[in-house]
Design a protein around this ligand. Structure first.
Ligand SMILES: Cc1cc2nc3c(=O)[nH]c(=O)nc-3n(C[C@H](O)[C@H](O)[C@H](O)COP(=O)(O)OP(=O)(O)OC[C@H]3O[C@@H](n4cnc5c(N)ncnc54)[C@H](O)[C@@H]3O)c2cc1C
Length: 384
């Protein structure tokens, strides 16, 4: 089969790897506009369950990925300077660039051709001479945009602003830090992803963003302002930029996932708010599901139909949980009156995926502390 893939991110490369290892005669080419060492952002996280899926799909890349992991089992919530740790949440972090390099090497080893610095600008003419054409070109997908009449995308730009920094302060665990300032509330999502670096994403609502004056502030002053707001949490260390800019989260859905020989994969197809840390996992699991659909039939159209049938319910479930989580952060200022333990409890149960009993199984001490606090303030029902 001749396969063309637009986008050399986790979705595109992982699909290429799985197809090529299944059948070395497939002719697979990836077109990637960036160079092999360019990337945005810092680290990404995976949950424990994702890793077993990756192991089953491709053992060599799984082994390389896990060798480079920083693992933890706690979510920490910091509010009014107090840290509450909730254990029993297994996650691992890896630098995005390291993950991409592992997948690039695996592509090379298997004979997948990656054309770096090759931006595809004309989708209609590129998709004609192949059996399968994959739009794995990320959240601002040109494939999706060019073929919008077929995919019928539903795009929603969310109100909150976020900016993705790094720091050499190590956050041992997924740490959610809230800082109330005269401008408003800032939330930071942070975790270490190698021996020296952590991801540090700052999020705030549009009112806070306006009042802080970020619209007129230089990149350098923005970084200094936020490092100051979180000075106690960063032990006074600076924030590190990697072309870091304020963005609004784009929620992506598509009514149809494919037409003819064209299909979308990863962020081009769907996004899930970064507060549930699932974008890369979903992109790679999309690749697994599409490969399995291709295994089940030799007809491309049938495989693409099957992919949508099997995968859509899973994605809808994640998007629903991620939606609740995203809306929680959009309204974070409404929760700042809560005590640290109450805030931690409300945060852990925000997406409806985790209830009190499952939290109790993970960390009975945390739930006991919360219940004691709720009894003492008689507010258990109002925060449930
Ligand atoms: C602030 C933030 C934090 C995040 N944190 C996490 C996290 O902790 N864990 C997690 O799992 N995920 C996280 N994500 C999400 C994650 O980065 C994405 O979900 C993931 O990268 C999706 O993979 P992808 O392959 O679909 O797309 P991408 O990784 O975006 O790759 C798409 C590729 O296509 C290329 N491309 C685009 N257009 C063209 C073109 N016309 N021609 C050629 N090439 C093109 C791009 O250069 C890019 O390399 C986060 C995202 C954000 C914004």
């Amino acid at each position: 089969m001749k396969i063309k893939i637009i986008g050399g991110g986790p979705a595109g490369m992982y699909f290429a790897i799985l197809m090529k290892r299944a059948d070395a005669t497939h002719d697979i080419t990836i077109y990637e506009r960036n160079g092999p060492d360019d990337t945005f952002g810092w680290g990404v996280v995976f949950s424990g369950k994702t890793l077993s899926n990756l192991r089953a799909a491709d053992e060599p890349s799984h082994a390389e990925i896990t060798r480079n992991f920083e693992a933890w089992d706690n979510v920490d919530v910091v509010h009014r300077g107090e840290r509450i740790s909730i254990h029993g949440n297994s996650f691992s972090g890896i630098a995005r660039l390291r993950l991409l390099k592992i997948l690039q090497r695996r592509c090379e080893e298997l004979g997948v051709e990656i054309n770096f610095r090759s931006e595809i600008v004309d989708i209609d003419s590129s998709r004609v001479d192949c059996d399968l054409f994959i739009g794995a070109d990320g959240v601002n997908s040109l494939v999706r945009d060019t073929c919008k009449n077929d995919f019928q995308p539903d795009l929603s730009t969310r109100p909150n602003k976020y900016i993705w920094y790094g720091t050499n302060h190590l956050f041992h665990g997924l740490t959610l830090t809230f800082r109330e300032t005269p401008a408003g509330v800032f939330a930071a999502h942070s975790y270490k992803f190698d021996k020296t670096t952590s991801t540090f994403i700052v999020e705030c609502d549009p009112k806070t963003w306006q009042q802080a004056g970020f619209a007129e502030m230089s990149e350098e002053n923005t970084r200094a302002y936020l490092a100051e707001a979180f000075a106690l949490d960063l032990s006074g260390r600076p924030l590190l930029s990697n072309n870091s800019k304020w963005l609004n989260f784009l929620l992506v859905k598509n009514a149809r996932w494919s037409f003819a020989n064209v299909v979308l994969l990863g962020d081009a197809l769907h996004t899930a708010h970064f507060s549930i840390g699932s974008g890369t996992k979903l992109a790679m699991e999309d690749a697994i599901a599409l490969k399995e659909s291709c295994d089940a039939t030799s007809e491309v159209a049938e495989a693409l139909q099957r992919f949508e049938e099997v995968r859509k319910p899973v994605i809808e479930d994640y998007q629903a949980a991620a939606y609740d989580s995203m809306v929680w952060f959009e309204n974070a200022r409404d929760y700042m009156h809560l005590s640290p333990i109450e805030l931690a409890y409300v945060l852990m149960t925000r997406s409806g995926k985790v209830d009190r009993e499952s939290l109790r199984r993970r960390d009975p001490e945390f739930v006991a502390r919360y219940e004691a606090k709720a009894r003492s303030t008689d507010c258990a029902d109002s925060t449930d």
